[in-house]
Design a protein around this ligand. Sequence first.
Ligand SMILES: Nc1nc2c(c(=O)[nH]1)N[C@H]1C(S)=C(S)[C@@H](COP(=O)(O)O)O[C@H]1N2
Ligand SMILES: [Mo]
Length: 359
Amino acid sequence: MSSLAERKARLIVHGDAPYNAEPPLERLRSAYRTAADDFYVRSHGDLPEIDADGYRLTLDGALPTALELSLHGLQKRFPQVTVTATMQCAGNRRADMRAVAPVSGDPWDGGAIGTADWTGVRLGDVLREAGITEGANLHVAFESHDTVEGHPYGASIPLAKALSPETLLAFAMNGAPLLPEHGFPLRAVVPGFAGVRSPKWLKRITVQDRPSDNPIQAGDYKLYPADVTAETADPATGHTINIMPLNAVICEPARGASLQAGASRITGYAVSGDRAVVRVDVSGDGGRTWAQAALEHDAGAPFAWTFWMIDLELPSGEHELAVRAWDEAGQTQPAAPDDTWNYKGYLSASWHRVRVTVD
Ligand SMILES: Nc1nc2c(c(=O)[nH]1)N[C@H]1C(S)=C(S)[C@@H](COP(=O)(O)O)O[C@H]1N2
Ligand SMILES: [Mo]
């Protein structure tokens, strides 16, 4: 395994402590399954170092049988499954919102996203073994080994999502044990939900009648209207970000690229938390006219992104490329970041625009 320093050197680093980094878009688009060392890292606190041999996961709360599982015990006791799914930060593309007005948080470009084969056990299988009452109006709260401003990291998901077959306790990514920065030895993977609901370095899972009261769940990752500020924000009225919206990004060419006259290849990704992407439109003239891109999707992976590409004839001069995806409900993305601007810069999902020059 490479060292953390070597892996850091491959990425665009937004901060060292906590460590936050994303891959260049061109490299992100080079493989449908993102290599673990090209996968963005979002951390809120320290990177805990956990010894796999001594590792224990506790399950408690509203469960007839509390469980304590070693990593090996978990792997032996429950069927192992692999789910190909996209993980995305709620702050992906925040940089585009920051161009409208100041926002808080790291200025992620379109690289706070990645797709992997996650191998683990179904969280639902573990909860059923502990005797969970299906259909109850409960929440599954996770607590992790890292510390964020004096508290352990914590977040929760509704029981229905926890019991859904795609939701995993994962120990491997693309066939190898999780890297330390991606949650070794065990993390949750909650496909379709914002990354914040997929806690890394899991310590404890508690079933309870209300969402986690951890500040990450109760205070952060809320969507506010445009007139709300850091001073007026009331977390009790902010919308809890779970399902990720429809989004699309141009990965190549890069912003400001110089292209040769003739057909130019334009590539990127499109993604939606809970609906299929059915069409991707690409414009060479800032959104006045559109052409349809060819789509590449893994039919067996409903929670994974769609890759798209198109060859566009662009005359010489300056052009604004734009992309917008459509989902199976016939919905598309807002045209401008102003439309959904919020002071936290979450869910930035307007048409992605890239200016290029053609010789
Ligand atoms: N314990 C813990 N889990 C965490 C986080 C964290 O800081 N601590 N960050 C969350 C956020 S906001 C995201 S977007 C994803 C990122 O996962 P990755 O770093 O493996 O890409 O992890 C989530 N799980
Ligand atoms: Mo995130």
